[in-house]
Design a protein around this ligand. Structure first.
Ligand code: C2E
Ligand code: MG
Ligand code: MG
Ligand code: MG
Length: 283
């Protein structure tokens, strides 16, 4: 009986582990299929110029339109893509689609800069700059129409390699933006050598800055730092006109957030652009 119960326990542990393995495996397999069969969807969120109220560009944010589970947000599948070795394929999918879309916008006479998020893993591949260049050549998109958003941690991870890759990208006109600034840690001595063009102030600071003097000081200091380094400052997560006004007063260059526009699928983004054409006074 002893043996039997131990055997029972053992087989239970075994089957639990197996079940978990199968679930993990099937989700990764589903993600693989999502990438191969275009279940991923591009959303676009506008970036606008805070002083001229002009549309400056848009950030590409990926979603997964799952056939049964519905719309899945990137926070719920990007970590899994990282863990199961699918991140390079996902990055490439988004770049290919994002660059294709940016090229179409330009052919339609829209001079917008498209921002695409890139993870550390993908950026640090030796063939990343060449692969990116190939995609841009195929679509005839000039580097100057593209910004890559990298987090502080991505930029700080492997500094000499990052510097080399970012310099190669900058030589093609592609701009680099530091995403979620203030949540990681940046070394200023290194930052000043990196050819970056933009700092995006993390939305946690923007969201609290009207209630918290500390957050307001961080936002203000980050804008000053950006300008001292001759970079654009972007306020992300702007949800109210009061936040917009404050950022304007602080000299922030660009803003992004629900107050201006939510991330939208392509068709809706184009309606949003046309609406702005008719309702925004030209300045
Ligand atoms: P992120 O690059 O910092 O993107 C901004 C996130 O803030 C988006 O969430 C956006 O929907 C959200 N957001 C924008 N404005 C507001 C606002 O006013 N209020 C609030 N509460 N939220 C706002 P999303 O789309 O869920 O993306 C989350 C993160 O997933 C992104 O953060 C980015 O780090 C990552 N991500 C998204 N797409 C990609 C991608 O194609 N590749 C990679 N590597 N990462 C991606
Ligand atoms: Mg981003
Ligand atoms: Mg961000
Ligand atoms: Mg963020």
């Amino acid at each position: 009986q002893d043996v039997k119960s131990r055997g029972g326990d053992f087989s239970m542990v075994c089957s639990k582990r197996e079940v978990r393995g199968v679930v993990m495996h099937s989700l990764s397999a589903e993600l693989r299929r999502a990438i191969d069969e275009d279940e991923l969807v591009l959303y676009l969120q506008p970036l606008v110029d805070v002083s001229a109220a002009k549309t400056y560009g848009a950030e590409v944010l990926v979603r997964w339109q799952h056939p049964r589970r519905g719309l899945i947000m990137p926070g719920d599948f990007i970590p899994r893509a990282e863990r199961s070795g699918l991140m390079d394929d996902l990055t490439f999918w988004v770049l290919r689609r994002g660059i294709g879309y940016a090229a179409r916008l330009r052919q339609g006479g829209r001079d917008l800069r498209i921002s695409i998020n890139v993870s550390a893993r993908s950026l640090l591949r030796r063939d990343f700059p060449d692969n990116l260049q190939k995609l841009m050549d195929e679509r005839g998109l000039p580097g100057t129409a593209l910004t890559l958003e990298l987090t502080e941690d991505t930029l700080m991870a492997d500094q000499s390699r990052t510097l080399e890759i970012v310099e190669r990208l900058a030589a093609t006109g592609v701009q680099i933006s530091i995403d979620d600034f203030g949540t990681g840690y940046s070394q200023l001595a290194y930052l000043k050598r990196l050819p970056v063009s933009e700092i995006k102030i993390d939305r946690s600071f923007v969201q609290d800055m009207l209630e918290s003097d500390t957050d307001l000081s961080i936002v203000s200091a980050t804008i000053s730092l950006a300008h001292a380094l001759k970079l654009r400052a972007v306020g992300e997560g702007v949800e109210s006109s009061a936040q917009l006004e404050r950022l304007r007063a602080l000299g922030c260059d660009l803003i992004q957030g629900f107050y201006v526009g939510h991330p939208m699928p392509v068709g809706q983004f184009e309606r949003w652009l046309r609406d702005r054409d008719t309702h925004t006074p030209v300045s």
